[in-house]
Design a protein around this ligand. Structure first.
Ligand code: NAD
Length: 489
């Protein structure tokens, strides 16, 4: 599947009411992560275009048949959209790899299919949403019905661009809302194809829209717009907090937030197959070069097996091949941007100054590609005051810690501020259940790392890791408001 990125055509346009639009306002540079080549100047959607888009999305919500369509009919159009996306795998997987840090070997086997299947999963929910009848006097009918919000704003990060569009747009559309997506300014190029295919599938104009732009410009105009009915956000905890505060001040719009994490991988000495466990731990920290919200960034290993685990983890890391996303052989993708690369350096060097010890990696691969490729890195002697403990590094960097007994493992697994995901590796069912209950994280994975390919699994975190859930029945319910009706008769 290797390809030449310069052969890939793309549109740097917004998509409003079924049409691609340019804008003459300010712009930002799009820099390709793999080679740091400035590919283009992309327009920030202006305040006027934001106003116009919200107006179109509101009109489409009220006047198109989308929210009034029989739910099964909405589902059929969403299925068609998913089929078209899947059929387009050859092109979509290339533009996604060119656009982002995602490897062509992964976009062509995973991301495009995950995007289509997410849409299918939520399409299946369209006619399965139920209200309730509530206890009432004999001469009263009291019930609740669920209704879409109107215009949903989905703001997405750069690490899984098209998958994230589906995570936000599919449940919102299945519930009957219209949608405006604001993709990350770091990965703005693949969404146009998803939009084209929505129209081809028969989704009415104005129901699926997107606006390109920087968060502080276009993102902020959108969040503060009074016409937005609900905000679904995935990104960093700092931006999530700002969006929640802004939305509270401009209409108390409901928000649900999928944010960052500092997820532990707890390993007991009773694991059956150490190589299998290490390969799961390695996937948890090296996939997408650690640029995943659920990356397992803290290894907490039983003292008896810690040395062996570390040795094997270093070996797997040393075999990762840095390279551009469009080559098949690459297994260590680039860090998304210069800014993010500099951030990694600062977090690690400050922690080292405070006493942390880098036992492997801790520097950049020397390549001719132009992108930033951080070596898989293991750090010991980490304390809770250090930046590598307190912050998401968003690189292939794992802190190493050990424990003697279950209580110590639980204490160390619980992070003071984050609570997104946690892995527990053990062959003892009692330990697995005990830790699953006592670790304060939104997702616990036993003998496994990573969001499973079962979309019924609710995804989301506690504390600074977020509010609400994507996916599963919780995921679809985020896109409805519930109305209580009381009818005396
Ligand atoms: P980010 O917070 O910088 O940006 C996310 C999005 O928010 C982008 O589209 C950006 O343009 C927009 N934005 C920024 N400021 C804004 C503002 N003031 N108003 C409106 N929009 C604004 O995050 P990122 O660097 O793109 O993504 C990485 C982060 O996302 C990491 O922290 C990661 O953990 C998190 N993430 C979480 C999940 C999850 O499901 N919990 C999944 C993927 C990524």
């Amino acid at each position: 599947m290797a390809f030449n990125p310069d052969d890939i055509e793309y549109k740097k346009l917004h998509f409003v009411n079924g049409e691609f639009r340019s804008d003459k306002d300010s712009s930002f540079d799009y820099i390709r992560p793999s080679d740091q080549k400035k590919l283009d100047s992309i327009p920030n959607a202006s305040k006027d275009l934001v106003d116009e888009t919200v107006e179109h999305a509101q009109q489409a919500f009220q006047k198109s048949d989308w929210s009034n369509l029989k739910p099964r009919q909405r589902a059929k159009l969403l299925f068609k959209w998913a089929d078209l996306i899947e059929k387009d795998v050859d092109y979509l997987s290339k533009i996604e790899a060119m656009n982002s840090t995602r490897l062509i070997s992964e976009t062509s086997q995973g991301d495009v299919f995950a995007t289509a299947d997410t849409i299918r999963y939520f399409a299946e929910w369209a006619d399965k949403i139920e209200g309730q009848t509530t206890a009432s006097s004999p001469n009263v009918l009291s019930l609740t019905i669920k209704e879409p919000y109107g215009v949903v704003l989905g703001i997405t990060p750069w690490n899984f661009p098209i998958v994230q569009v589906a995570w936000k747009a599919a449940p919102a559309l299945a519930a009957g809302n219209s949608v405006i997506i604001k993709p990350s300014e770091y990965t703005p190029l693949s969404i146009f194809r998803i939009a084209e295919l929505s129209i081809k599938a028969g989704i009415p104009k104005g129901i699926f829209n997107y606006l390109l732009g920087e968060g502080s410009v276009t993102g902020s105009y959108l969040v503060n717009h009074p016409g937005i009915g609900k905000i679904a956000f995935t990104g960093s905890s700092a931006t999530g907090s700002k969006i929640m505060a802004d939305s509270a001040l401009t209409g108390l719009k409901p928000v649900h937030l999928e944010l960052g994490g500092k997820s532990p991988q707890v390993v007991f000495d009773d694991i059956q197959n150490i190589d299998e466990t290490v390969s799961k731990i390695a996937a948890g920290i090296y996939l997408n070069s650690g640029q995943i919200c659920t990356s397992g960034t803290r290894l907490i290993a039983h003292k008896k097996i810690a040395d062996e685990l570390v040795e094997k983890l270093i070996k797997i890391g040393s075999q990762k091949l840095p390279g551009v996303t469009w080559e098949d052989k690459t297994s260590l993708p680039p860090i998304v941007s210069k800014k993010q690369a500099e951030r990694i350096e600062v977090l690690i060097s400050k922690s080292v100054e405070m006493g942390a010890k880098v036992i492997s990696g801790g520097s950049w691969h020397d390549t001719n590609y132009g992108g930033y490729f951080y070596k898989p890195t293991l750090i010991e002697n980490v304390t809770q005051e250090m930046p590598v403990f307190k912050e998401e590094v968003f690189g292939p960097v794992i802190n190493i810690d050990t424990f003697d007994d279950d209580n110590e493992a639980i204490l160390k697994a619980n992070h003071p501020t984050y609570g997104l995901a946690a892995c527990v590796h053990t062959s003892n069912l009692n330990k697995a259940i005990n830790l699953s209950k006592k670790i304060d994280s939104g997702m616990i994975w036993v003998n496994h790392w990573g969001y499973p390919d079962e979309f019924s699994h609710p995804a989301g975190g506690f504390k600074r890791s977020g509010i609400g859930k994507d996916m599963g029945s919780n995921g679809i319910n985020e896109y409805y408001k519930e109305k209580a009706i009381w009818i005396p008769h």
